[in-house]
Design a protein around this ligand. Structure first.
Ligand code: ACO
Length: 320
């Protein structure tokens, strides 16, 4: 027993920040951003809070699943920075939805959605739950240094949600971590303790892009291959790939190294940029609402991100 995906939803902020507008803020251009990353625009929070976005995505997923808040047995929120240090984002969402089940967050950055699915699968396997709400959503605009062109052009806000029920859709799943604070990190802000001896680091997202790029390409190809093998399938059995949307060049490199036709790779990066943990969940929700999947389709997910973490899985779509 693993799970079946009963319904999906997504939420992104209304405000759209284009490459041209970004070019008025830092020394960059639509040409550089488009050709080096594939990003054309991203959605950025102005009015919306992360809680409002999480609730919007969750309500859409629950409505599509035909599941009410009272029926939920667990809420897992994958985010690297919720509204508060405590309570968890999942607890805040639980209150807003009027649910009564246990709720907690996990932080696996861009791999968060797949980490959350794996954790949920464990609860299903132990017979502890019948309905689980997974939300994967980040608002990195909060932690990006808007004066640093190396990072601020890459990210967008938003994410998605999925309601899971009992079923056998999960054919394989694997998560990995390779602890690293050199190539990708975001320190906390100032430590207010008068006793603490260490200097504060700048509370902005720091990324060594080329190093993360190398890790990403290797992880993407390896993750997809292993997920397929562990599911007992071959590359030609795969109908769709939902890769983490960090850079279109990472996706195209994976396409060139795998025997899966290019048109089976979902690409949403032009519209949303890199939404961290939200990325695979948005791509899933958009694909479902566009009617891309049919019953029996094998879908591979693969993500990588800060940690350094990776996650990959194969899900067999079991809805008409
Ligand atoms: N506009 C114009 N020029 C720029 C910009 C910009 N926005 N950003 C960097 N440049 C310049 C650099 O300064 C450099 O100039 P120089 O040669 O004069 O020094 C040049 O462009 C090339 O810079 P690189 O960093 O080598 O560019 P690269 O082709 O590697 O692309 C990028 C950078 C897009 C960040 C790429 O490395 C990448 O996508 N890395 C992976 C990111 C990723 O996958 N992150 C996922 C995890 S995020 C998370 O977990 C929260």
């Amino acid at each position: 027993m693993s799970f079946s995906i009963l319904g999906t939803g997504k939420a992104v902020p209304e405000y759209v920040l284009t490459n041209d507008e970004l070019s008025t803020m830092v020394e960059t251009s639509d040409e550089w951003i488009s050709t080096r990353t594939g990003i054309k625009k991203r959605h950025i929070c102005k009015e919306e809070t992360i809680t409002e976005l999480c609730v919007q995505a969750a309500e859409e997923a629950m409505s599509n699943a035909g599941v009410t808040a009272k029926e939920l047995d667990l809420i897992i929120c994958a985010t690297l920075r919720g509204e508060y240090i405590t309570p968890s984002q999942a607890c805040v969402v639980q209150k807003e939805l009027g649910a009564t089940c246990p709720a907690f967050d996990i932080n696996a950055a861009c791999s968060g959605f797949i980490y959350a699915l794996d954790v949920a699968a464990g609860f299903f396997a132990r017979g502890r739950v019948k309905k689980v709400l997974v939300i994967a959503l980040d608002n990195l605009s909060n932690i990006v240094d808007w004066k640093d062109r190396n990072t601020c052009v890459l990210f967008g806000d938003g994410g998605g949600a999925a309601v899971l029920g009992e079923g056998d859709s999960l054919l394989s799943i694997e998560i990995t971590a390779k602890g690293d604070t050199d190539v990708l990190k975001c320190p906390h802000g100032e430590n207010t303790s008068p006793f603490y001896k260490h200097p504060s680091e700048h509370p902005y997202l720091y990324m060594n892009g080329p190093e993360v790029y190398k890790f990403a390409v290797v992880s993407m190809v390896k993750g997809i291959k292993r997920a397929i093998k562990n599911a007992g399938l071959k590359e030609e059995d795969i109908d769709w790939v939902i890769p983490h949307q960090a850079n279109i060049r990472i996706i195209e490199t994976a396409v060139s190294k795998l025997k899966i036709p290019s048109e089976r790779f979902i690409r949403t990066i032009a519209e949303y940029g890199n939404t961290s943990g939200g990325s695979c969940a948005i791509a899933l929700a958009d694909s479902v609402s566009q009617g891309k999947f049919k019953k029996g389709d094998n879908i591979v997910f693969c993500a990588f991100g800060s940690g350094l973490t990776t996650g990959s899985c194969v899900i067999r779509w079991d809805k008409d």
